[in-house]
Ligand binder design. Structure first.
Ligand code: IMP
Ligand code: MG
Length: 168
């Protein structure tokens, strides 16, 4: 296991991101949406760096088997809030092919939120299959399979406090 991004580096970036969100959305209803399961750690830490009132929601998708995206995205869990009155900020763990984010963004946009912003912890731009772009990327990485800080390899390693590369 090789550490790619340390917990200290992640914390510093989350502080900045929390400040940015807290300033930008101080005058509206903020709904932070985590995409399960991968973003659960990111969402929890980001939420604790936000200093304005906010609600938390979750969506679930499934698209990934082993280390290869199947290209098809299934919604397995949906929001309870009607998002029309909310500034929605989506917290995604990683954008790889972009298929998951595209599906989520299309669904949420069709519900006409006051605003929609997509923040991703990690971006692997080399692997993109769609033209989707996050509004804010915390870390851009090269085409390597990473685990930890919510991200898994066959459901393992989500609990690591840093982001790492598995060395076979
Ligand atoms: P996409 O639809 O191909 O953009 O990827 C969607 C999902 O695949 C992400 O939300 C992750 O859960 C998972 N994923 C993509 N790359 C990695 C990785 O390097 N490690 C762990 N999970 C990944
Ligand atoms: Mg995910």
């Amino acid at each position: 296991m090789k550490i790619l991004i340390s917990s200290e580096t992640i914390s510093a970036k989350l502080k900045q991101t929390g400040d940015y969100i807290s300033k930008k959305y101080k005058d509206g209803n903020l709904l932070l949406v985590g995409i399960l399961k991968g973003s659960f750690v990111f969402l929890a830490d980001l939420a604790r760096n936000i200093t304005i009132p906010c609600e938390i929601g979750f969506m679930g998708t499934q698209s990934y088997i082993g280390t290869h995206s199947s290209g098809e995205v299934r919604i397995t869990l949906d929001l309870q809030q009607n998002i029309a009155d909310y500034n929605v900020v989506v917290a995604e763990d990683i954008i790889d092919s972009g298929n998951t984010l595209k599906a989520i963004a299309d669904i949420l946009r069709a519900r006409n939120p006051k605003s929609l912003e997509i923040i991703t912890l990690l971006d692997k731009p080399d692997r993109r299959e769609t033209d989707i772009q996050a509004d804010r990327v915390l870390f851009t990485i090269s085409d390597e399979f990473v685990v930890g800080y919510g991200l898994d390899y066959n459901e393992k390693y989500r609990n690591l406090p840093y982001i790492a590369i598995i060395e076979e």
